[in-house]
Design a protein around this ligand. Structure first.
Ligand code: WTA
Length: 641
């Protein structure tokens, strides 16, 4: 491919003996389906597929339809069968420095036991199993055990509040939930199962709760419904053959925020998803299993954890570091300590973490030997050039390429990223679509634009794309395929395309807020705030934030003449933490006697954003009550406290 105008590939990056990247681009361009078929064949199939893509009911695309395979067999059995059972799958590193070394063979054994345990509880193919666990190996065991028997896992981020967990269980009718007695976070233990009790009572479909005993937290157990993970595994048969499943059998549901309050249950299926993650993990990060130690810092509760902490590395037979803790506990240099200790070769993290590390000073990473690193990755939000250069210079010692990878929960795997050693990099740009991916920039009418800014769209189906939103085909169609028709997947991001064909992601065009790489919906936060009895009205907007990328600001009108004061602010912040989770707590609450609304009563969030970022609010003629803005300007510039 041509890289004219882009920065040259770093000269020190070792050549890629195992891959001819030029050929990859050329082959994908010449025969897209043939290219994907070849990627698909790298998996191990019980029955090989003959159909690559079935688009007869587009946009409900189906890939590799007549093939059968099993995700856990691809992640584990085939490596063990090939004599690589002793290879370390995970170096688990606990909060307080404890370690567990888990080989592929050991992981396979535990997965088989837990799969049998699930079967014993009556879980069968097609059932949904919720997983709400911290970053402990049992989370991975639970995911793969589901996959082994054809149950769908629905992982809910450990930081979500009980109510949010309950909503996500109710929405998918989960039959079982795997959770933990207590989760450790920065030296403290939270009693997770105990806090869930109330919400568990409200779930009619939930028959079983399996509890991993991890932190000796108080943990009430209800006989008949609740059982301990360790007891079930000890009693289970150690052999559980993987069930061959059709390629389109759903592998998991993962709830993601959309532009309404109800989260979207993104559904991924088996053959296409695995093809996408194994291919992208291998080519974007230049992985060689016998040489590399991979460290992805994402939580298992997000798509990055699913694709690049669990499925991608295991499919490629790689050794990973799995870290339980927070980046600043027990000290702010802990990631760098782990890089040195395990000889990490590739590190994949989010810009927000890089900015936090920047703010802690470069002498911290300077205390550790980071010379094992060969490549650095970033994802989840735009990486600003300052952070990019710091990452490149301080962490990568100036010798590691930084790959900025653009993708989404819905895309399943990376879509736009440089290929290290082949594509030059540009700080701040995710560069070009990967071989096999068709991304375009469209104007408001859907006409492709070759430069400037526009709406990002994916114009050809790809194997790891979401198949639908769980139980809601209509919302799938409306959200992604209504604006430009059923052949064009609307991403929801605005982007700029430069003269070299490189994409610069500008951010979301819908009401989704990206805080530290976590997606939150404006509407979801608003409905949580509005549920508080002291709130009459609320509008939530995102503002740029140096550390977290974006931050939440809530404009709140108190109810019944109650003053907006520090006491109410504390109450509301606690309320949001309980309803959604701490990550959704606003950075700032502005008390507003009134909110700017159109004559039809629609809140004009644009005006609120402009106000906060100090921009001219411009045209307010569509406002029902134009005076509202003057009062709000005063509230923003002279807060009451
Ligand atoms: C944003 C996370 C800029 C984008 C993998 C997207 C990015 C949303 C990048 C998806 C990047 C992700 N540069 N923005 N490299 N990667 N985004 O579903 O707005 O949690 O639509 O998936 O994050 O977030 P999600």
């Amino acid at each position: 491919m041509t890289t004219a105008g882009t920065l040259p590939a770093p000269a020190t990056f070792p050549p890629r003996p195992q891959m001819d990247t030029e050929a990859l681009y050329a082959q994908a361009a010449a025969d897209r389906l043939g290219f994907w078929a070849e990627q698909g064949r790298r998996l191990s199939w019980d029955k090989p597929f003959t159909t690559v893509l079935d688009d007869t009911e587009s946009p409900f695309y189906r890939w590799f339809t007549d093939g059968t395979l099993n995700a856990s067999a691809n992640c584990l059995d085939r490596h063990v069968a090939a004599g690589r059972g002793d290879r370390v799958a995970y170096h688990w590193h606990g909060e307080e420095g404890e370690t567990r070394t888990i080989t592929y063979a050991a992981l396979l054994e535990e997965v088989q036991r837990f799969a049998n345990a699930l079967k014993g509880l009556g879980v069968t193919a097609g059932d949904v199993v919720g997983i709400h666990l911290p970053m402990i190996p049992e989370a991975i065991v639970a995911m793969l055990a589901c996959a082994r028997i054809g149950a769908l896992h629905n992982v809910v981020f450990g930081g979500f509040a009980p109510q949010a967990v309950g909503e996500r269980m109710a929405a998918c009718g989960a039959k079982a939930l795997v959770t933990v007695d207590g989760a450790r976070r920065k030296g403290r233990v939270t009693a997770v199962k105990q806090a869930l009790e109330e919400v568990l009572e409200t779930l009619p479909d939930l028959e079983h709760v399996v509890v991993v005993g991890a932190a000796e937290a108080p943990c009430p157990m209800r006989p008949g419904r609740d059982s301990w993970y360790a007891g079930l595994c000890a009693a289970a048969d150690p052999e559980c053959p993987a069930v061959p499943l059709p390629a389109e059998h759903p592998l998991f549901i993962l709830y993601s925020s959309g532009s309404t309050a109800a989260p979207k249950g993104v559904v991924h299926t088996t053959g296409g998803y695995l093809t996408g993650v194994s291919y992208t993990h291998r080519v974007v990060f230049d992985l060689a299993p016998e040489r590399d130690v991979w460290f992805c810092t994402a939580d298992i509760g997000w798509i990055t954890g699913h694709s690049y902490l669990v499925y991608g590395p295991l499919l490629n037979g790689v050794t990973s570091v799995l870290f339980e803790g927070a980046p600043d506990h027990p000290h702010k240099g802990v990631w760098w300590e782990l890089v040195e200790r395990y000889g990490v070769t590739q590190l994949y993290t989010a810009p927000t973490a890089i900015r936090a590390a920047m703010s802690w000073g470069e002498e911290l990473p300077g205390r550790y030997d980071l010379s094992s690193l060969r490549l650095l990755g970033s994802c989840g939000e735009p990486i600003d050039p300052t952070a990019w250069h710091w990452y490149h210079r301080v962490i990568g010692g100036g010798r590691c390429p930084v790959v900025d990878t653009w993708w989404q929960t819905e895309t399943g795997s990376i879509m736009i990223a440089p290929l290290p050693g082949a594509t030059g990099t540009k700080p701040g740009s995710a560069t070009r679509p990967l071989p096999g991916v068709s991304a375009e920039l469209l104007d408001a009418d859907g006409t492709p634009v070759t430069g400037g800014t526009g709406l990002l769209a994916l114009t050809e189906p790809w194997p790891s794309m979401l198949r639908t939103l769980y139980g809601d085909d209509e919302r799938y169609l409306v959200t992604y395929f209504s604006r430009f028709g059923k052949d064009t997947y609307l991403v929801g991001d605005a982007a700029r395309l430069d003269e070299d064909g490189c994409f610069w992601i500008l951010g979301r065009t819908d009401d989704v807020i990206n805080v530290s790489g976590h997606r939150l919906s404006t509407a979801e936060v608003e409905s949580a705030v509005a549920a508080h009895p002291a709130v009459a009205d609320v509008a939530v907007v995102a503002i740029p934030d140096e550390l977290t990328g974006q931050a939440v600001v809530a404009f709140v009108t108190p109810a019944g003449g109650r003053p907006g004061d520090a006491a109410l602010e504390t109450e509301l912040r606690r309320h949001i933490a309980v309803r959604i989770g701490k990550l959704a707590r606003p950075k700032r609450i502005v008390w507003a006697a009134d909110l700017p609304k159109t004559r039809s009563g629609k809140i004009m969030r644009r005006l609120l954003r402009d106000l906060l970022t100090g921009q001219e609010t411009g045209d307010v003629t569509t406002l029902g009550e134009p005076d509202v803005m003057a009062a709000l300007t005063a509230a923003v510039t002279h807060p009451i406290h």
